[in-house]
Design a protein around this ligand. Structure first.
Ligand code: ZN
Length: 521
C-alpha cells in the first residue's frame, strides 16, 4: 500500500510537472509577459521622471467632504532603482492659483518649499531644509511597496508572484473589456492593475495602511505612454488618488506631467546615510505636567493631549496620531486619574494627525465629542468595525457589535458643547473665520482659565508683529468674540504659554490685520 502511494505521488508529479498552476495564474503570466514586451518593464533597472504638476496634503482637507488641499509642483522628479528597492522623490511646492485653505502648510504658502523623500530597502528618510537626512524608517515598508505599483514595478512584482491572477472586467459605458491582474507582494500588500487591449497598464488600485482610513485605497492612472528608447515605454502623465471612499468622495492626491523620462541612468545619492542606518526606532514618549488641579498636559511627542478629572469620570482633549500614541495617552490618563472611566474624548478637528487616535478611545468606550461637520465621516468611515488587514488596531481587533449595545457614542455640536459636573467644565467652541479647518474647535476650561488650541500658534513670546501668523490672529479674534477669560494657552503642538505674552505678541498683529479686510476662508 505504501509503495502504491509513493508511485501515485510520483506519477502525479510526472503528469502535472512542477508548474502546477491554475489556469488563471497561467493567463496572468501570459498577459504580464505581453505587458512586459509592450513596455520593456524587465529591461528597466532604474528610471528617472522629471516634470511638473500638483500635490496635495493627505488628510488635511478644510472639511471631511472637501477635496484635499493642493499646491503646484514647480518641479517634480522621481527616481526609482528597482534592483536596490530604492526611490527618491523631489519636489518644489508653490501656492499657485490653488485655494489657500486646509492644513498641512500655512496657506497661502509663501515662496518655494522643497521636499526630498527617500527609501532604500528597510530605510526611509527625508532631507530637511539644510539638506540633512532625517530618519523615517517606520515609513520604509509603505514607501518600498509604492515602488511595486509604479508602471514598470507593477509588472516586475506581478511576474514575481506565482499566485498572480487575472480576471476580465467589462466597463459598462466605456464599451470595452479590460483585464485586471491582482498580485500580492512583501507578504501582505495586494495590488490590482487594469490592462487594455494593447497590454498597457492603465490603472493600479491598491491599499496602504493608515490610522484613520484603515486599509486606505490608492488609485494611480497611467496615461500618455511614450517611447523612451531601447524598447522601453513610460507613461508621461500620472494621476493619483489617496483615501477615496464611497461615503466621502474622490481625493485628488497628485497629478504629474513628465517632460522627460530616462531609463537606466546612473543612480546617485541613494546611499543610506549613517544617521538613518543607525537611527533608533521611534517610540511613544509620554511626559506629563500638571497644569492645574485635576488638569494635566500629556506631552512628549509631536502632539499633546490634556487629561481632565471630573467628580465621577475623566476626559481627554485630543487623542492624536495613531493607535500606539492614543493607547499610551489613555494608559497615562488612567494612571493620573485612577478608578474613573474615560467618558469623553474631545477632538479639536478632523485632520488625520489630530484624529488618528480616536479609534483607540472608541475601543476604550469613550464618547467622541466633535463638530457636527464630522458626524458622517466619523460614524460611517473612521469608527466602523470592519477589519483592518494591513495594520490591525485595537478597535479592529476588539470590535463593537454593530447591533449594540454601544458604541455609536458620538456627540456633535455646531457652536458649543459643554461637559460639566458643576465644578469642573470642558467647553468646546467652534472657531470662526479660520482657513485651516472648517470644523476647528478651541477648548476652554473655565475653572483653570486654560485654553487649548490646535494649529493656531500661539507664537513664541516676542515674535515680531510681521511674523505673527493669520492663524494666531484668528485665535485672538475668536477669544475676543467669545469673551473668554484666559490665563494660560495650551497648544496641541508645543509648550504652554501665558495669555499676557499672547496679548503682547498677537494683539498688535490683530489690530493691524483688521483693516486689511476679512480673512481668506
Ligand atoms: Zn490641522
Amino acid at each position: 500500500m505504501r509503495n502504491l502511494l509513493v508511485t501515485l505521488v510520483a506519477i502525479s508529479v510526472l503528469v502535472l510537472g512542477p508548474a502546477v498552476e491554475p489556469a488563471v495564474a497561467q493567463n496572468a503570466r501570459a498577459l504580464l509577459q505581453a505587458a512586459d514586451n509592450a513596455v520593456g518593464a524587465s529591461k528597466v533597472n532604474s528610471i528617472v521622471y522629471t516634470g511638473t504638476g500638483r500635490i496635495s496634503y493627505l488628510g488635511q482637507n478644510f472639511t471631511t467632504t472637501d477635496d484635499l488641499p493642493r499646491v503646484d509642483m514647480k518641479t517634480w522628479s522621481q527616481t526609482i532603482d528597482y534592483g536596490n528597492k530604492a526611490a527618491k522623490e523631489e519636489m518644489v511646492r508653490v501656492q499657485g492659483n490653488n485655494p489657500p485653505r486646509g492644513g498641512g502648510a500655512g496657506f497661502p504658502i509663501t515662496g518655494e518649499q522643497r521636499s526630498t523623500t527617500l527609501v532604500s530597502g528597510n530605510y526611509a528618510w527625508q532631507l530637511n531644509a539644510q539638506g540633512q537626512p532625517q530618519a523615517q524608517n517606520d515609513q520604509a515598508e509603505a514607501r518600498q511597496f509604492m515602488i511595486w505599483v509604479t508602471p514598470h514595478g507593477f509588472i516586475k512584482a506581478a511576474l514575481a508572484d506565482p499566485n498572480a491572477a487575472v480576471t476580465d472586467r467589462e466597463f459598462v459605458g466605456g464599451g470595452r473589456t479590460l483585464r485586471v491582474v491582482g498580485f500580492t507582494t512583501m507578504g501582505k500588500y495586494r495590488a490590482t492593475g487594469e490592462f487594455n487591449a494593447q497590454n498597457m497598464l492603465e490603472r493600479v488600485v491598491t491599499w496602504i495602511p493608515n490610522p484613520v482610513m484603515g486599509d486606505m485605497q490608492v488609485e494611480i492612472r497611467y496615461t500618455d505612454w511614450r517611447d523612451v528608447g531601447n524598447g522601453i515605454k513610460a507613461p508621461f502623465h500620472i494621476h493619483m488618488h489617496q483615501g477615496d471612499h464611497p461615503l466621502v468622495r474622490g481625493m485628488n492626491y497628485m497629478d504629474a506631467q513628465a517632460s522627460d523620462v530616462k531609463a537606466n541612468v546612473e543612480i546617485a545619492s541613494l546611499t543610506v546615510p549613517d544617521a538613518v542606518r543607525n537611527a533608533a526606532a521611534p517610540r511613544v514618549n509620554i511626559q506629563t505636567t500638571k497644569l492645574a488641579d485635576g488638569v494635566w498636559l500629556i506631552a512628549g511627542g509631536s502632539h499633546n493631549s490634556v487629561a481632565v478629572e471630573f467628580k465621577d469620570f475623566a476626559t481627554i482633549i485630543e487623542t492624536p496620531l495613531d493607535d500606539a500614541r492614543s493607547n499610551a495617552v489613555i494608559a497615562e490618563t488612567k494612571r493620573l486619574i485612577p478608578g474613573k472611566q474615560i467618558r469623553y474624548v474631545v477632538n479639536t478637528h478632523h485632520h488625520w494627525d489630530h484624529s488618528g487616535g480616536l479609534r483607540a478611545a472608541y475601543a476604550e468606550g469613550a464618547t467622541i465629542v466633535t463638530n457636527e461637520l464630522n458626524k458622517n465621516f466619523y460614524e460611517r468611515v473612521v469608527l466602523v468595525p470592519q477589519p483592518r488587514t494591513l495594520s490591525p488596531d485595537r478597535l479592529s481587533q476588539f470590535p463593537f457589535a454593530t447591533t449594540g449595545p454601544g458604541p455609536g457614542k458620538l456627540e456633535t455640536y455646531r457652536d458649543r458643547y459643554a461637559i460639566s459636573d458643576g465644578d469642573q467644565s470642558v467647553i468646546s467652541y467652534h472657531v470662526e473665520g479660520f482657513n485651516h479647518a472648517g470644523d476647528m474647535a478651541i477648548v476652554y476650561l473655565p475653572k483653570s482659565k486654560v485654553l487649548i488650541s490646535a494649529d493656531m500658534g500661539p507664537p513664541a513670546a516676542g515674535t515680531p508683529v510681521e511674523n505673527v501668523s493669520l492663524s494666531s490672529v484668528s485665535l485672538y479674534n475668536n477669544i475676543k468674540r467669545l469673551k473668554l477669560d484666559v490665563s494660560q494657552h495650551v497648544p496641541i503642538h508645543g509648550n504652554p504659554s501665558s495669555n499676557a505674552d499672547f496679548e503682547r505678541t498677537v494683539g498688535p498683529a490683530a489690530a493691524r490685520a483688521r483693516p486689511a479686510g476679512p480673512q481668506a476662508n
